[in-house]
Ligand binder design. Structure first.
Ligand code: PEP
Length: 250
């Protein structure tokens, strides 16, 4: 049974006061829910305080990125071990903004996945096609490559610590959502790829989130789609009311 996992990616938004206020309000409103997993991903500099504000609740705190290196002379980088040290429980890897704005490759995403696992963090590994790739009919090829490369060297027991997020790039921050059918098609396909890489039984345990302009008014239909086990939410996770409505979808 896959428990729905709803995670808010705050990106480079909110200040210290706003981050703490949102975290504390979420704690009050949904901090003891156990029927679904809820997480927030604040900017690095607020992680420590948000972790402390949510300590003892059921809410999870994730980072938006991590280094592919363990430690050393890597100016500006933050290691998975440091994230673990301040109480972060998971990290987003391979977000489309990292891939397309900062040129991160599948290989780099894979190194980050492996560093995160070694450090004891869970991972949300993002995959998703550009609009041009969907138009060319190569969505499956693109997401299969991202998934296969991203999971290279990840053994079967560690797969339990990975969530996949299918995020069509054309739907991120654009207000244009994939239909539940479009999402379901790709999610079914991704689960098949996972089964090919591991086993049917292991693949069946992995949660696959949808991400891309998820809002209070489309979450229920997306969650009803085939193999959709949660959502990675950007813009709509920045306001208490909208994220709460998403978390409390019926
Ligand atoms: C995201 O940041 O992963 C995302 C899906 O953003 P938005 O919900 O704003 O489209």
């Amino acid at each position: 049974m896959r428990k729905p996992f709803l995670a808010g990616n705050w990106k480079m938004n909110l200040d210290r006061k706003g981050s703490l206020a949102l975290a504390k309000s979420l704690r009050e409103k949904c901090g003891s829910r156990t029927d679904r997993e809820v997480g927030v991903c604040p900017p690095f500099v607020y992680l420590d305080e948000v972790v402390r504000a949510l300590a003892g609740s059921k809410l999870r705190v994730g980072a938006q990125n991590c280094s592919d290196e363990i430690e050393g002379a890597f100016t500006g980088e933050v290691s998975a071990r440091m994230l673990k040290d301040v109480g972060v429980s998971f990290v987003i890897v391979g977000h489309s903004e990292r891939r397309h704005l900062y040129g991160e490759s599948d290989e780099l995403a894979n190194r980050k996945v492996r560093q995160a696992l070694v450090a004891g963090l869970d991972v949300i590994l993002c995959v998703g096609e550009l609009l041009a790739e969907r138009d060319q009919g190569i969505t499956e090829r693109v997401v299969a490559r991202q998934l296969t490369q991203g999971l290279k060297g990840v053994d079967e027991p560690d797969l339990a610590r990975i969530t996949i997020a299918y995020e069509p790039v054309w739907a991120i921050g654009t207000g244009r959502t994939a239909t539940p059918e479009q999402a379901g098609e790709v999610h079914n396909y991704l689960r098949g790829v996972l089964a090919g890489l591991y086993t049917d039984a292991t693949a069946a345990e992995v949660r696959i989130q949808y991400g891309g302009s998820v809002k209070p008014d489309n979450i229920a239909s997306l969650m009803a789609a085939s193999n959709v086990d949660g959502a990675l939410v950007g813009g709509a996770s920045l306001k208490l009311d909208s994220f709460l409505s998403i978390v409390e979808y019926k």
